[in-house]
Design a protein around this ligand. Structure first.
Ligand code: SAH
Length: 372
């Protein structure tokens, strides 16, 4: 478990003494780990359930507010632990109601999360890494590469912070923000299990979608986790040559390897897979591409989600026009493939697919403008 380094300044006889304090982020503990943690403190194990519920159900981020926890235990916890350690420091509102949150982590790094309001409930798109090393040529999140992985607590608190500031429940979570979720495998799996734990915020796995550029070994490993989540695979091209020209990861995994892993996933889990296909004008949006894609996916229990490209300054590509998108869609449909076109949300605040960036503040902490 990560230990959070906090620097405290104390004024003693006029000298400033900087003390290194080590506090553990208790929000990274899943339910069983919380029980062990509490038992190791010689406390009754029912305290673990109370503590877990305060943090993950009631979303309280201060030990002082945990009214049924005895004072002495609260003092001990305050001394040794923190809860989360992330803050919303900026909010941008889109004309369509979408909100983009800039989240500051304990080390000064920042990531972004997006809240989208639908009739069927609130969806939050979260980041899984600070930056990304996949290098997709049309995506903003990969500029500057990967800085570090996010911990389960840092992913959970993106959702908890948003629930706290809006006072509204989040019912859907999509792992489509900054980062490649399967490149941060263990933390992401633990996060999904904690997010759907009935002792906590209890978001159904059916309402969680993980998007990946297709890390084949990890896709196969995922089968053994027995999760009920939806997997979305970013394909974006029907053949390896074209895919390599827009997604460097295609040099490592061929489309055939990805399709084979998806077939295995579908067989073992009985779940349908979504393929994402961002349409880039003149690159991957021809009728020939659509026909090839239909052939590739023939007979597979899948669904295609077409994403009109959100152009990113300094990155490759422009958006296919509306009639091209419709033509592409109908070619797939004629081959009996179910297709949806992703509704654009928050593009006026750069919150749409591929527009999120990690803004490194150089480790400098700065004032929160939106504390909850
Ligand atoms: N790393 C994950 C999540 C990426 S974001 C993945 O690769 O799947 C979610 C989707 O948006 C992916 O399909 C991604 O390829 C796509 N995307 C990235 N940049 C985009 C852009 N500028 N316009 C449209 N879609 C984009």
């Amino acid at each position: 478990m990560a230990i959070l380094q906090l620097r405290l300044s104390k004024v003693m006889d006029g000298d400033i003494l900087v003390e290194e304090l080590e506090k553990r982020d208790i929000m990274n503990l899943d339910f069983n780990e919380m029980v062990t943690f509490i038992e190791n403190m010689d406390e009754k194990s029912f305290r673990a359930k109370q503590l877990y519920e305060w943090i993950h159900k009631k979303l309280v981020n201060s030990f002082d507010n945990m009214t049924n926890i005895p004072k002495e235990l609260r003092v001990k916890l305050n001394k040794d632990c923190i809860i989360g350690g992330t803050n919303i420091i900026e909010v941008q509102k889109s004309a369509d109601g979408t909100r983009k949150y800039l989240i500051q982590l304990f080390d000064g790094n920042t990531v972004e999360s997006v809240l989208m309001k639908y009739k069927h409930g609130n969806s939050v798109c979260i980041s899984t890494q600070v930056g990304c090393r996949m290098g997709c040529k049309f995506c903003a999140s990969t500029v500057g590469g990967l800085n570090r992985n996010l911990e389960p607590s840092e992913m959970l608190s993106q959702i908890y912070n948003i629930q706290r500031v809006t006072g509204e429940r989040v019912s859907n979570v999509i792992l489509m923000g900054i980062g490649e979720p399967l490149d941060n495998y263990n933390n992401v799996i633990k996060f999904i299990k904690m997010l759907s734990d009935k002792n906590g915020v209890n978001i159904s796995q059916r309402n969680i979608t993980l998007s990946t550029c297709g890390l084949v070994e990890k896709l196969i490993e995922l089968v053994n986790e027995h999760l009920g989540i939806t997997i979305a695979v970013s394909l974006h091209a029907p053949d390896d040559k074209l895919r390599k020209s827009i997604m460097p990861i295609a040099n490592k995994y061929s489309i055939q390897d990805i399709i084979q892993a998806c077939r295995y996933y579908i067989e073992k889990t009985g779940r349908r897979i979504t393929f994402e296909y961002s349409l880039i004008e003149g690159i991957n949006d021809s009728s020939e591409c659509a026909t090839k894609l239909a052939r590739l996916l023939n007979g597979l229990n899948c669904h295609v989600n077409l994403i009109p490209l959100n152009p990113v300054k300094g990155r490759m590509g422009s958006r296919s026009d509306g009639s091209n998108i419709q033509r592409f869609k109908s070619i797939l449909e004629k081959k009996n493939i179910t297709v949806t076109i992703r509704r654009e949300m928050g593009s006026d605040i750069d919150a749409a697919c591929g527009q999120l960036r990690n803004k490194n503040k150089g480790g400098k902490l700065y004032e929160s403008v939106c504390k909850d």
